[in-house]
Each structure stands twice: as structure tokens, then as C-alpha cells.
Write a protein that binds this ligand. Structure first.
Ligand code: HMG
Ligand code: MG
Length: 298
């Protein structure tokens, strides 16, 4: 049976904005976080502590993290690829950090400049140091069904990576369809692979909507009992190291689907649409969400 409640992590401030060419002021990012938490989001991925040469848009991580008005009910997470990133992140007191690996070797090289095995060696002390400070650790598994460089990715590769993540103490993992090529049965295969090492409460779906499959993939994941999902308000986003990849599934579309099926999210859809309209106006465009468009045109 389907879950009755779903937890959404809005990754818009990080995944959504990281690929924007125009600099988005820290104040706008801070306001976006405020609007997301006002809409009822209880998990927000705020920023990343990566090389500013690689991802200039996230260079204001400290300013953003120190500017947000914290709500004790909200879990704020940030990306940290290595010890340098973790040390900077810990000064800004995130509730959770996220290490990000890939099921594909080629993507690991392009995204974080090392092999899968090397990435795990780098993550191990990061996980340990985060846990020593009482900070939770999530592990993202990019290219869980397909890779822009290697094509189809077999579920065994996801199981292998999930096992490595489990081995270094990562608390929970994200099955990420980085380039949005997945279809429901493939997504289920990747999720089942992750479930060989993690229980259902510790596996989330992170679906980009490049091929328009993200909602169908969400339903497929729900059928397996997955109740944690990542999405970006206004469908913002893309990954700088996955050419042509568009945004995550829009949070508004995800919430509409879930509420329509009687699944609780704790999110107020109208306020979420407002948050998406706010950041889209900042970027000088319309929200990339069918639901937001429909509601705004009513
Ligand atoms: P590298 O060049 O191999 O690292 O990059 P290095 O250790 O040799 O350091 C090179 C330079 O970077 C040095 O500076 C370091 O100080 C600096 P220099 O001496 O040249 O001036 N540096 C850092 N600066 C700030 N923060 C740090 C940091 N680390 C090193 N943490 C590295 C390795 C991982 C740093 C680099 O490849 C990088 O920053 N990559 C960015 C990757 C990224 O942010 N990708 C997007 C996020 S992942 C994603 O979107 C996928 C996801 O959404 C799931 C999905 O959809 O698939 C999560
Ligand atoms: Mg992503």
C-alpha cells in the first residue's frame, strides 16, 4: 500500500540555483528559504560547500547559511564533497550534510574529479567528523539509472555504491536520476538495489524531469513504499556536470500529485506556489511547473 505521509526535501536553493549563470543575491536565497519554510517545508537543502571555481553560484554559502532565520522544526542540509567543505560547513551548523557520489565512474570523474573508490575514501572522514559533531549524513547517488557519458546504468551499480555508502556510515541515501532519463520500472530497479543496504525510511527519490518522467517515477517509487522525495520549487535547476539536464521535478507538481492521492505532506500548495513565483521573478522567468502555471493563471 502507498505511504500516507511523504516528506519532501526542497533542494531548490541548492540544486535549483547552482546552475544559474546570473548571480542570485544571497538575500534572495535567504528569502526563498524563508518562504519555503513558511509554506510548510520541513527539510531544505540550502547550499553547497564546493569549489567556487567549479560552482560560482554557491560561493556565498556562508552568507546564506548565516542569514537564514532558523525554524527549529526544519532540517537544513548542505552538500560537502570533502573535508575542506565539511570544515567550512560545520562552522555554519547544518543539521545534515550530504556527500555526493555517483553510480557511474565517468560521472564521478566529471562531477567531483575522482573515481567512485576515491570518493568513498574522501567521504569516510567527512562522515566520521560530521557524526562526531552530531550532524546527520545523507549520501546522494547520481546517475542511478542513466549517465550522460556511460548511458544505461544497471541496478547492480547502485547496490554497489549503496553498500559502500553504508560501509562508511552514511545514514540515508538518495536514488538520483541526474539527467531524468529514468522510467518507472528502471527507477524501481534502482530503488530495490538501494533497499538491499538501506531500509525504506532511509531511501529517497531525487528525480530530474528532463524527459517528463519524474511524476510517473515518483508514483513508481511510492508503490515500493518510498516516502522521502526531493524536488525543487518552480522546477528550478540542473547539474553543471550533466549537459542538458534540466531541473528537478517541481515541488508544486509533486505536492499536487500527493495531495490528490490523499497523501499528507504538511505543505500549503498556495504558499509554495508563491515561493516559486518569488524566485522565478528574481530570475526573470515563469515557474517551470505545470501546477504553478495553472494556479497562477486561474
Ligand atoms: P579538485 O580540483 O579535485 O580538488 O576538486 P582539490 O582538492 O585538488 O582542490 C582544488 C582547488 O579547489 C583548491 O583551490 C582547493 O582549495 C579548492 P586552489 O588551491 O586551486 O585555489 N577546494 C575547495 N574550495 C571550496 N570548497 C571545497 C573545496 N575543495 C577543494 N569543498 C571538488 C574536487 C569536489 C572540490 C570539485 O570537483 C568540486 O567542487 N566539484 C563541484 C561539484 C558540484 O558541486 N556538483 C554539483 C552538485 S552534485 C549534483 O548536483 C547532483 C545531485 O543533485 C544528485 C543528482 O541529481 O544526481 C546531488
Ligand atoms: Mg540533482
Amino acid at each position: 500500500s502507498l505511504p500516507t505521509q511523504v516528506r519532501i526535501i526542497d533542494v531548490g536553493p541548492r540544486d535549483g540555483l547552482q546552475n544559474e549563470k546570473q548571480p542570485v543575491p544571497a538575500a534572495a536565497k535567504i528569502e526563498l528559504v524563508a518562504r519555503l519554510q513558511a509554506a510548510g517545508l520541513r527539510e531544505i537543502e540550502v547550499t553547497s560547500y564546493v569549489s567556487p571555481k567549479w560552482v560560482p553560484q554557491m560561493a556565498d554559502n556562508h552568507e546564506v547559511m548565516s542569514g537564514i532565520r532558523r525554524d527549529a522544526r526544519v532540517r537544513y542540509s548542505v552538500l560537502t564533497p570533502n573535508m575542506k567543505g565539511l570544515e567550512a560547513a560545520l562552522r555554519d551548523r547544518p543539521d545534515e550534510i550530504c556527500v555526493f557520489g555517483a553510480a557511474s565512474e565517468a560521472f564521478s570523474q566529471k562531477n567531483i574529479n575522482c573515481s567512485i573508490a576515491e570518493s568513498i575514501e574522501r567521504f569516510a572522514p567527512v562522515v566520521q567528523a560530521a557524526h562526531a559533531q552530531g550532524v546527520a549524513v545523507r549520501g546522494s547517488m547520481s546517475c542511478s539509472v542513466g549517465c550522460p557519458y556511460e548511458g544505461d546504468i544497471a541496478p547492480e551499480r547502485v547496490a554497489y555504491l549503496a553498500g559502500l555508502m553504508k560501509g562508511i556510515g552514511v545514514d540515508r541515501v538518495d536514488v538520483a536520476d541526474t539527467i531524468g532519463v529514468g522510467t518507472p520500472r528502471k527507477i524501481q530497479g534502482a530503488i530495490e538495489a538501494a533497499l538491499t543496504h538501506y531500509d525504506i525510511a532511509h531511501v529517497s527519490g531525487h528525480f530530474h524531469d528532463t524527459y517528463g518522467q519524474a511524476l510517473a517515477n515518483t508514483l513508481a517509487a511510492l508503490e515500493l513504499g518510498v516516502w522521502n522525495f526531493q524536488s525543487s520549487v518552480a522546477g528550478l535547476g540542473g547539474c553543471p556536470y550533466a549537459k542538458g539536464a534540466t531541473g528537478n521535478v517541481a515541488s508544486e507538481d509533486l505536492v499536487y500529485l500527493l495531495h490528490g492521492m490523499g497523501i499528507d505532506t504538511g505543505i500549503d500548495l498556495d504558499q509554495l506556489v508563491d515561493a516559486g513565483a518569488f524566485i522565478s521573478a528574481q530570475l526573470g522567468r515563469k515557474p517551470n511547473s505545470r501546477v504553478a502555471t495553472a494556479i497562477l493563471n486561474k
